[in-house]
Ligand binder design. Structure first.
Ligand code: FES
Ligand SMILES: [Fe+2]
Length: 442
């Protein structure tokens, strides 16, 4: 992607990204077409719509969609717009219906997307209307992958397996766990708006552990909100970063006895049942990892390109955060969040996880607010006309890519992805390399 003066907008090899890509309207419009209409996007979770007829209203980028389980049990995605004259068809966040009727002239569509009802069909249309062609606009590919629902508007897109690439192992290990009754999202979502380009949030999740311990979230650790201090120890018990090709990134921490002991000590206050659950959960997790010597606890934070973010600290009291960033113009975003937790987890663990999300990475949580303020100030500073001549710096640890000190001590055999130390912007570089690849394609 070349700008007018020939400087590349995102040069991942040098870790340099033009500020224009966070403010420019034309670039934003191209992103809608080349990223949000071509990539596989995360749409929701099976447990949000368990029964035939259940639906959820959401978005792919700026396109409103209805995610609807049809009468045969298959999840489909339709553009949320009436084919008559464009009125929004589904008006609520979620619900259950065999068919939806448009509030303007009353056309009715069923969960297969077919136009099944036209008022005054004989008198108004003399019985002649190509109903077949007037069905809802349907997303050509929707796949449920261990409960996670992904879809793409590109009928010719590569398989979801290829798209997820090295991230697959991580999703399978932590987000498709079927023990304890499988995973389900708790009812309700946190939805909030923030100033700031969608990519700022994505690249933060893709590998920015730096802001957590260097500045932004220090206050949260001071008041012990997370019940554990981050460690700056590099190996073998500290944080690590992983770049997962193509374009995904995450950060994690190795399973250690302190974490298990912390969970058990907390479980102690709630009786033997909770303690048994915690113990059994850690045992099954270790079992799932097989004979991998150093076992990650989860995806502590991660980005599935382009806009699906995950947080899974590993603790039995934390659950999994599923977070969707919806672009709303180059300088604005909406963040939608759900909590995913084991169906048979003790009530006290579910409550603790919900509390932790509310206090942490949510719209009014201490972590979410810390992040949001930074993104808003970046957006505010971007109104300076000089801003577009400048760049952002993502070159941390670039010289050490693939050969950083202490690497030989890490027993990561069998785990896909390129591993690195906690302070390393390789995940962000992968994100912008993939962004550039998408934007360059015809
Ligand atoms: S716009 Fe939907 S029925 Fe007319
Ligand atoms: Fe943060």
């Amino acid at each position: 992607v070349a700008s007018a003066d020939g400087v590349r907008l995102a040069d991942a090899e040098r870790g340099v990204v033009s500020r224009r890509i966070f403010i420019d309207e034309d670039i934003y419009r191209r992103e809608m077409e080349r990223i949000f209409h071509r990539c596989w996007l995360w749409l929701g979770h099976d447990s949000m719509l368990p029964n035939p007829g259940d639906y959820v209203a959401t978005y792919t980028g700026e396109d409103p969609i209805i995610l609807w389980r049809d009468s045969g049990g298959r999840v489909r995605a339709f553009l949320n717009t009436c084919t008559h004259r464009g009125n929004k068809l589904c008006l609520v966040d979620r619900g259950h219906a065999a068919a939806l009727t448009c509030s303007y002239h009353g056309w009715t569509f069923n969960s297969e997307g077919k136009l099944t009802g036209v008022p005054f069909f004989e008198r108004a249309y003399y019985g002649r209307l190509d109903r077949q062609a007037l069905g809802l606009v349907e997303m050509p590919k929707v796949v449920s992958y261990g409960g996670l629902i992904f879809g793409t508007w590109d009928a010719g897109a590569p398989s979801l397996d290829d798209y997820l690439g090295e991230l697959r192992w991580w999703l399978e290990a932590f987000l498709t766990d079927d023990s304890f009754g499988g995973l389900e999202t708790l009812p309700g979502a946190q939805k909030y708006q923030t100033a700031g380009n969608w990519k700022l949030i994505a690249d933060n999740f893709a590998g920015d552990h730096y802001h957590t311990v260097a500045q932004s979230h220090l206050s949260v650790f001071k008041i012990n909100l997370l019940r554990s201090r981050p460690t700056t120890e590099q190996t073998p018990h500290g944080y690590f970063m992983v770049a997962c090709e193509p374009g995904h990134g995450l950060g994690g921490v190795w399973t250690n006895t302190a974490m298990l002991e912390g969970d058990l000590a907390r479980a102690e206050q709630f009786g033997p049942e909770v303690k048994d659950y915690v113990q059994e959960r850690w045992r099954r997790r270790a079992e799932r990892m097989g004979d991998i010597p150093d076992k990650p606890t989860g995806i502590v934070f991660g980005n599935c390109f382009p806009n699906f973010d995950i947080q899974n600290i590993g603790s039995a009291f934390a659950g999994n955060l599923l977070s969707l960033t919806l672009p709303r113009g180059p300088r604005f975003s909406e963040i939608w969040q759900w909590l995913l937790i084991e169906r048979q987890a003790p009530e006290v663990c579910k409550r603790a996880a919900a509390t932790m999300l509310s206090r942490g990475q949510s719209g009014a949580g201490l972590i979410g607010v810390d992040d949001g303020e930074n993104f808003e100030r970046i957006a505010e500073a971007a109104y300076s006309p000089l801003n577009e001549r400048l760049t952002f710096h993502y070159a941390m640890g670039i010289e050490q890519d693939g050969r950083w000190p202490g690497q030989e001590d890490w027993a990561v055999r069998g785990i896909p992805g390129t591993f690195g130390p906690e302070f390393w912007e390789r995940g962000q570089r992968s994100f912008y390399r993939q962004w550039a690849r998408c934007m360059e394609r015809a």
